[in-house]
Design a protein around this ligand. Structure first.
Ligand code: ZN
Ligand code: ZN
Length: 327
């Protein structure tokens, strides 16, 4: 259906909002719905009104609410990936999804050509005014046999009459989706061929956006955190980030080596058959890179104390010295 025809049927202008289109349709539907109007042509006319409403609303980027539409075929389902960051996967929330739809070109109203100001050679018949179909010559319809035409190929759609439009859809994301999960949005797929048909569904397959800090291992979230080697040696408390907010992590005294600790329940939230995951923190020791006189004094005192405690406190050093030094 042409846009101009749809507008004429519903009696709305080019500037009509989705609300105005729906209002016009509801008013006419009251008069023409076959349940209310016994005239034999009512059914067909109602179907045309329905098609006109669908068509205009699709252009307006909206979708039709409910006026009784019985099965008349169903539009195709649409499948698309949705990339979510780890915060959205953990916490849920609303995201906008762009949906590309092929619609009638708004410059030429789907005709594929526009009227130009000057006549030019008809590109269809190359100026002859006739086209050959099989063995017979017919009058060229594009220029009405004149060989020249004011019609020019529409620069917006390059003559196809179609343009790709993008509409944004707000999608509510539940917390705890896993990569590969699918969200189904009823009625947000492709429109049906028939005016009475329902549109198909939209299936969104969840993909995880890479994150500079977190990686996902099953249900667990893993991150690396630098920690002062002194904290690893002597113990202490450090703050660690998590999608749900910062958490405290107690570190027990131990070796100044990389180690992993975890916080139960701070990974992906439980959902369906998946249990809640852990937040795994890989602690990486770092040493001070600058010294102050006070620190130098402390390092010397520390080294003296380490030597007094015996070489067992640094086993690698003890083994090396035993092998390569005289005594
Ligand atoms: Zn022609
Ligand atoms: Zn066009």
């Amino acid at each position: 259906m042409k846009t101009s025809e749809a507008r004429k049927l519903l009696g709305v202008g080019a500037e009509a909002t989705p609300e105005a289109i729906k209002k016009a349709f509801r008013h006419l539907a009251m008069l023409w719905h076959p349940d209310r109007n016994p005239a034999p042509e009512a059914g067909e006319f109602f179907a045309r009104l329905n098609a006109a409403c669908d068509h205009l609303l699709e252009l307006a980027g909206a979708h039709v609410a409910s006026v009784s539409r019985k099965s008349g075929g169903r539009g195709e389902d649409r499948h698309q990936d949705i990339e979510l960051d780890i915060e959205r996967i953990c916490l849920g929330g609303e995201v906008e999804v762009g949906l590309e739809t092929s619609a009638e070109c708004s410059v030429c109203n789907g005709e594929g050509y526009i009227e130009s100001t000057s006549s030019q050679l008809c590109p269809h018949c190359h100026g002859s005014g006739k086209v050959r179909i099989g063995r017979e010559l017919f009058r060229c319809d594009d220029c009405d046999g004149r060989g020249y035409t004011r019609r020019a190929r529409c620069p917006n759609c390059d003559g196809s009459g179609k343009q790709i439009s993008r509409r944004m859809l707000a999608v509510s994301i539940p917390a705890g989706l896993r990569p590969g999960d699918e969200l189904r949005l009823e009625g947000e797929g492709h429109p049906a061929e028939s005016a009475k048909g329902r549109p198909g569904d939209l299936h969104l397959r969840v993909k995880l956006k890479p994150h500079p800090l977190y990686t996902l291992h099953g249900n667990d979230l893993v991150l690396e955190r630098p920690v002062s080697a002194f904290t690893l040696l002597g113990g202490g408390t450090v703050v660690v980030p998590s999608p749900g907010g910062e958490r405290y992590l107690d570190i027990k005294p131990g070796a100044a080596k990389a180690r992993e600790q975890s916080i139960a329940g701070a990974g992906l939230p439980a959902r369906g058959k998946h249990p809640a995951g852990k937040l795994c923190i890989r602690l990486v020791p770092v040493l001070p890179s600058a010294s102050t006189p006070a620190l130098v004094k402390l390092y010397h005192a520390l080294q003296t104390e380490v030597e007094r405690a015996g070489h067992d406190s640094i086993p690698e050093l003890a083994a090396w010295e035993k092998r390569w030094l005289s005594a």
